[in-house]
Design a protein around this ligand. Sequence first.
Ligand SMILES: NC(=O)c1ccc[n+]([C@@H]2O[C@H](COP(=O)([O-])OP(=O)(O)OC[C@H]3O[C@@H](n4cnc5c(N)ncnc54)[C@H](O)[C@@H]3O)[C@@H](O)[C@H]2O)c1
Length: 310
Amino acid sequence: MARPKVTVIGAGNVGATTAQRIVEAGLADVVLVDIVEGLPQGKALDLSESAPVLGHDCRISGSNDYADTAGSDIVVVTSGLARQPGMSRDDLLAKNTAIVRSVVQQATAVSPAAVLIVVTNPLDAMCHVALQASGFPRERVLGMAGVLDSARFRTFIAWELGVSVTSTHAFVLGGHGDTMVPLPRYSSVAGVPLTELLSAERIEELVTRTRNGGAEVVALLKSGSAYYAPAAAVAQMVAAILGDTKAILPCAVLLRGEYGHRDLFVGVPVKLGRGGMEAVVEIELSAEERAAFDRSADAVRELVEHLPAG
Ligand SMILES: NC(=O)c1ccc[n+]([C@@H]2O[C@H](COP(=O)([O-])OP(=O)(O)OC[C@H]3O[C@@H](n4cnc5c(N)ncnc54)[C@H](O)[C@@H]3O)[C@@H](O)[C@H]2O)c1
């Protein structure tokens, strides 16, 4: 049986690391695409030459031509600009909208059955652009944010309690940004809710660190932003989809009335399988959690309303 094919658009930090994780885990052959000539080819060659040492046979190639991406099972979109000094939020929104629209149109034209995983920020708004540019059903347009935000929360929980990260579970819902909604009640260590293990004050400190997780890495790096954990999060979504595992992971999906919102991409728990999103899992939210979720959804809606028409 042919190995699955994954296209990763954007051969920058997140894209190249995602490609690396996918081939090194033996999940799929990968085509890495970028607008810069030589960049995806060079990184793909370097990654290919790691394969004999690591002992995997997945193929990875680099290209500037979407013809090479034809027939992909999954297309991961990481292409975009980071905010430069002097660039307003609206400038960034307009530039990344144009980039995401263009790459999604080109990629989906030759991979009409693919599942799209959007990574480019502002994440939830870029999911709307990808949905519109692809014309795909909502089941096949997913945004990566919740897996990363939950992984950050789990890291801090494990450090705090001195336990293995593998014994922790956490859910972070809502939009990808300052208004994200970590849910301590649904976060646990070996099945015991976090709320029974830590004081409310300490939980709040871990939640705040999770909310600022991206900014904390940026502040340390000085230039660029996080990519190891984001790439790991994308690879987990890819594994769940290609393996048809039915894993329940927090992803940004277009809500159609679930959680009281409609026609808006927001992070919620989703069952993933070969067709992409197979179900939105609705969990009970307390009044306080619901208010935080609604605030987060409102922030996404405001951004979406600022999207340039296309
Ligand atoms: N959703 C999340 O949780 C999350 C996490 C980390 C990063 N991000 C976002 O992912 C994006 C990528 O981050 P990065 O650190 O890899 O940035 P990067 O600058 O290292 O890489 C971006 C790449 O996109 C390429 N590119 C630009 N325009 C293109 C086009 N039209 N076609 C093809 N390629 C194009 C650039 O040449 C560059 O190689 C950013 O928008 C970042 O904010 C999101």
